[in-house]
Design a protein around this ligand. Structure first.
Ligand code: ADP
Length: 299
């Protein structure tokens, strides 16, 4: 669906991405993780041409992104960032409707789509469509941001630290929501995070970036955790601390992510169900997400 071939991007004299190659398949949820400044945002923005690459090729469905008009590309790729991305003086409905309005959709179609998306994201349209961002909690603002990213039903959702500004419990809810949406709507999702547990819990594929935009390793969480490609990755997942690194254990038929302190961080996506991370330190028995979802617990 998306392919980067030997792509480079330099700002001034500093290479942010250098000769990076990566293939992202349809329907995958890919987590980009790495230290601040390692080029995660740059990589994401080169996909929708918010940043133009200098060398190499970025392909979307087999065609170079450069061959698309940026607005056509962005219509097909939702983009969600931290809640600061909402326009403060616009209502929730107007924020969600940003792209449909730009595209000149009829008002009735826009209103129906806004309500549909708010409901999908667990926000009662009657209550929330007329509110302003400052009248929402951080988690609600981020839901609105995701709704806005999905407004014109893009094939791809690009997310830059989408859950960066919320507390751990809300973050867990939003993570579960993302997995549910991705599975229900069959989207390809590429998301940037600096939270290592989030990357390993949510990603079908995890891409670990090193300074200068080098890929240290790409693989499923289990592949990376069981066979770190090099010392950098080993140190990244905590194997250098003389303790057990972040690792996967099998509990009751689920693959469970366990941190270096022995705390359960959650159930891996692609195990028996969506993530069920528990931010409570020391809690040892995660609840399989799909069962909770069936019980309507995931908001
Ligand atoms: P990350 O998302 O991993 O924090 P970025 O992609 O934002 O990394 O940045 C990668 C490198 O490129 C950093 O060294 C950063 O300072 C630099 N950089 C990013 N955007 C710009 C810009 N617009 N102008 C100059 N340098 C930039």
């Amino acid at each position: 669906m998306i392919e980067l071939r030997e792509v480079s991007k330099t700002y001034g004299d500093t290479p942010a991405i250098d000769g990076l190659s990566l293939a992202i398949g349809r329907g995958e949820l890919v987590a980009l993780i790495g230290a601040s400044g390692s080029g995660k945002s740059t990589l994401l923005k080169m996909i929708n041409r918010l940043v133009e690459h200098d060398r190499g090729m970025v392909l979307f469905q087999g065609e170079q992104v450069r061959s698309f008009r940026p607005e056509d590309l962005r219509r097909r790729m939702g983009y969600a960032i931290q809640s600061i991305g909402l326009f403060p003086h616009w209502s929730v409905a107007r924020n969600v409707a940003t792209v449909p309005v730009l595209l000149g959709w009829p008002a009735a179609r826009i209103a129906a789509r806004v309500d549909e998306l708010l409901a999908l994201l667990g926000l009662d349209p009657a209550l929330y469509r007329g509110r302003y961002p400052h009248q929402l909690s951080g988690g609600q603002q981020q839901r609105v941001g995701v709704a806005r990213g999905l407004a014109v039903d893009p094939n791809i959702l690009l997310m830059d630290e989408p859950f960066g500004a919320v507390d751990p419990i809300v973050r867990r809810e939003l993570q579960q929501e993302l997995v549910r949406l991705q599975q229900e709507l069959d989207k390809t999702v590429v998301f940037v995070t600096h939270d290592i547990e989030e990357a390993f819990l949510l990603g079908d594929q995890v891409v670990i970036l090193q300074q200068g935009g080098f890929i240290a390793q790409v693989g499923s969480p289990k592949q990376i955790l069981s066979a770190p490609a090099n010392d950098f990755v080993a140190s990244f997942i905590g194997a250098e601390r003389g303790k057990r690194a972040l690792h996967v254990e099998s509990h009751g038929g689920n693959d469970v992510l366990v941190d270096s302190e022995g705390r359960v961080a959650g159930v891996l996506v692609g195990s028996n169900g969506p993530v069920a991370a528990d931010p409570t330190p020391g809690r040892e028995s995660p609840t399989p997400g799909r069962e909770r979802e069936a019980q309507g617990e995931i908001r």
